[in-house]
Design a protein around this ligand. Structure first.
Ligand code: S3P
Length: 171
C-alpha cells in the first residue's frame, strides 16, 4: 500500500465526531506512516488553542491559517493527515488534496456524531446554540462537498479498528 501511495498522503475528512483523529492515528500505525493532526498543527503555528483563535480573531482568520497549514503539511511527504471538519470546504484545499493526497470521508450519522462530540473544548462551532441543530445544518451544507472524496467509509457506529480495517481493505 505504501508503495502504491508514493508521495501521496491519506487525508481524512468528515464532520466533528466522525473519528478522524482516532481512526487516523490507528490507520497511520497500521500502515507505518506518520500521523499528523491539522488542528494541532494550527494551534502550534498560532501559539493559541482553536478556541482562542476563534475568540480572538474570528473564524475567517482560522480558515486562512488552516488553509496555509494544510498546504504546508501536504508538501511534507506521505502521512495520514486528519483535518478539521471545515477544511475540505475550502476549494483551494480540495484542489491541493486532489493533487497530493487521497481523500477519505468518514461518513457518520447524526446520533453517532452527537454522541462523540460531548467534549466541545476545541469545537467553538458547537459551543453556543443548539449543538444538534448546528450539526444538522453542517451535514446539509457539507455532505454534498465531502461526497467528492476519493473514498467514502460509512463508519456506522463501528469501533475505530473496524473502520481502519475497512479503509485498508479499500486501498
Ligand atoms: C471545525 C472542526 C474542528 C476545528 C474547528 C472547526 C469545523 O475540528 O477544526 O473547531 O468547521 O467543522 P474537528 O472536526 O477535528 O472537530
Amino acid at each position: 500500500i505504501r508503495a502504491a501511495l508514493g508521495a501521496r498522503s491519506l487525508v481524512l475528512i468528515g464532520l466533528m465526531g466522525a473519528g478522524k483523529s482516532s481512526v487516523g492515528k490507528r490507520l497511520a500505525g497500521a500502515l507505518g506512516l506518520p500521523f499528523t493532526d491539522a488542528d494541532h498543527e494550527i494551534e502550534v503555528a498560532a501559539g493559541e488553542s482553536i478556541q482562542e483563535i476563534f475568540a480572538d480573531h474570528g473564524e475567517a482568520y482560522f480558515r486562512d491559517g488552516e488553509r496555509k497549514v494544510i498546504a504546508r503539511l501536504l508538501t511534507s511527504g506521505p502521512q495520514v493527515l486528519a483535518t478539521g471538519g471545515g477544511a475540505f470546504m475550502d476549494s483551494e484545499t480540495r484542489n491541493r488534496v486532489a493533487e497530493s493526497g487521497l481523500s477519505i470521508w468518514l461518513r457518520a450519522e447524526l446520533p453517532v456524531l452527537m454522541k462523540r462530540v460531548r467534549r466541545r473544548s476545541h469545537r467553538p462551532l458547537l459551543a453556543t446554540g443548539d449543538a444538534r441543530e448546528t450539526m444538522k445544518r453542517l451535514m446539509d451544507e457539507r455532505y454534498p462537498v465531502y461526497a467528492q472524496a476519493d473514498l467514502v467509509v460509512d463508519t456506522k457506529d463501528a469501533p475505530h479498528d473496524t473502520v481502519v480495517g475497512e479503509i485498508v481493505g479499500m486501498l
